[in-house]
Design a protein around this ligand. Sequence first.
Ligand code: MD3
Ligand code: FE
Length: 216
Amino acid sequence: MTADLFDSIAERPAQEAIADGAVILRGFAHAVGSELIPALREIVAQAPFRRMFTPGGYQMSVAMTNCGPVGWVTDRSGYRYDGIDPESGKPWPAMPPSFLRLAREAAAEGGFDDFAPDACLVNRYEPGTKLSLHQDRDETDFAAPIVSVSLGLPAIFLFGGPKRSDKPARHRLTHGDVVVWGGPSRLFFHGVAPLADGEHAVLGRQRINLTFRKAR
Ligand code: MD3
Ligand code: FE
C-alpha cells in the first residue's frame, strides 16, 4: 500500500519540469473541467470551430476558434492576432472569468506571477488530426509564458528544442493536464502527433486544447 502510493507519486509527480521554464501540472484543471466545458460551448456557439488556411495554402487539420480581446488567425496573407473574428466580422467572445483564473493560477504555479493573457486559442483535434512542428512567435512579448490546458482525448505532445532539427521528446497529455511554457522553452519547436481514436466520457471523440497567450 505504502509502496504503491510512493511509486505512483514517484512515477507521476504533480509537477514535471520538462525543460528550462516548462512544467507540466498534471491534473491541474481537473477540478474545474466541469466549469470550463459549459463556458467552452458558449464560445463555440458564438465563434464556431473552423479549419484555417496557412499562408502556403494548406488547410489545417486542427479546427480552431478563440476567445478574449484578440484571437490568432491564419489565412493566405499570413499569421496574426486580430480583435475581429473574420468569419463573423464581430469581436471574439469574451474570455470567461473561469478561464482567466485558471490561466493565472497555473502560470503562478509555474513561476510566472501576474500573467495577463489577452488571447485564448481553442484547438479541436479529431482522430487523425495533428499539428506539425512549429514555433509560437506571433506574440510581441516572449517574456510572458504560454499556458496550455488539455481536455478530452489524450494526445502525444512533441517537444523539440530551439532548432527545427532537434529531435522532439514525446509527452502524453491527458484531460485536465496544464502546461506552462516560459523562459528559454518559450520559443522551442513543438507539435502534436496524429490523435489516436478513442471516446472521452465528457467530450467524446475529440481533444480540446486551450492556449492562453499574451499577444500584445
Ligand atoms: C511550447 N498547441 O496552439 S499546446 C498551439 O496541444 C499549439 O494544441 C498545441 O502548439 C496543442 O500553438 C500544444 C502546448 C504549447 C503551446 C505553446 C508553446 C507548447 C508550447 C509555445 C512554446 C513552447
Ligand atoms: Fe504552438
